[in-house]
Design a protein around this ligand. Sequence first.
Ligand SMILES: [Fe+2]
Length: 343
Amino acid sequence: MSTTTVQEMAAATNESFTIKDLVDFSSRTYGDWRDEFHQNGCVVIKNVISPERAKYYCDKQIQWLKNFELGFDENDESTWTADHLPVSFKGGMYFAYGSTHEKMAWEARTEPAVVDIFEKLWETKELLCSFDGLNISMPRRKDLNWSPWPHCDQNPDRKGMQAVQGLLNFAPNGPKDGGLMLMKGSAKLFDEFFAQKRDQYDHEDAPPPELKYMDLFLFHEKDLKWFQDKGCELVKINMEPGDFVLWDSRTMHYACLPEGDQIRHVQYICMTPKRFATPQALELKKFCFENSMGTTHWPHCNIRPASEKPMRNGEVCHKYRTEPFEKPERTDTVLRLAGVKEY
Ligand SMILES: [Fe+2]
C-alpha cells in the first residue's frame, strides 16, 4: 500500500462521526466497579496485575530506554535529560520508534485481567485495542518547559460514550509522583458544555493543525471552572503498581509531571467493540499493525497512522527507527485485538 493510499484511507475512515450513543448503559446496574465508572466517567480498579508483574514492566521500560544507547542510566539523575533519552511528548509519553508495537506493550494489552475489564465494560468479547503509547517520566526534570494541558480525547461532534481510555500503572504513584489528573464527572456534561460554540485553547504543545487530531479538544483555564461550578472535581489519581484506571474519553484530563523521587511507568490501553469499526478502518488498522505504526487512543476509528518522525534539535532523531526492539508474539489474542484475525 502506498503512503498516499494510506493517507486517503485514513481520511475516508475519519470522514463521518457516529452521532448517537453506540451503547446505552443508562439503565444498567452491576454491583461492581462499572457502577462507579458509569456514575463518574472514571474508576480505579485495584490489583489488576501483581506487583511482581508490574515490576517486570518497569524493568522492560527502563531497558527500552537503554536500548537507544544515549547514555541514560536510571540510577544517575544527571542522565535524566532529553540528550540521553529518545524523543518524547510532554516529558515522557512515547509514541514513536515502533514503541507502540513493542512486545512489552502487547504483553500489557493482553494481560488477561486487562482484557477482562474491557470485556465486562462493553459486554462483548470481540474487542479491538488501540496502538497507543507508553509513559516513562523522570521526576525533577530541569530541561522541561511543562504546562498543564486539560483536554478530552473525543471530538465534540461525537455524542455519547464512544471510547473508553485506560492506563495500566507499573510504579508507585502517590500525590507527588505526577500522573493522571481527571475532572471527575465531566463526561456526563460533555453535551451540555459543547451545546454552545467553544473555542479550543491554543496550547503551546497542541499538535499542528495539519495533523488533524480529530479527537482532541484543548480546554481553556476558564473551562475548568465551568465544570467545577457544575459539581465536577479535579482529582489526581494515585495508584499502586498493578492498578488500572479507566476513563470515558469525554472526560477532561491531563498528566502532571512527577516531582517526587519515583519514575512514572505507564502503558496506555484502550479497547472498544470490534463491531464499531468499519471494514476500511480494520484494513487500515491491519496495515498499521503489520508496519509497527502507532495510531491514536481510538481503537475502532480515527486510525491515523503515526508517520511523524521524532525531531531532535530540528533534525530527525539519529536513533529514529520504525520497528520495535522486541517484536510482539503473534498470538491469537494479539492478532484479534489488532483487528488482523477474525473472532
Ligand atoms: Fe488524553
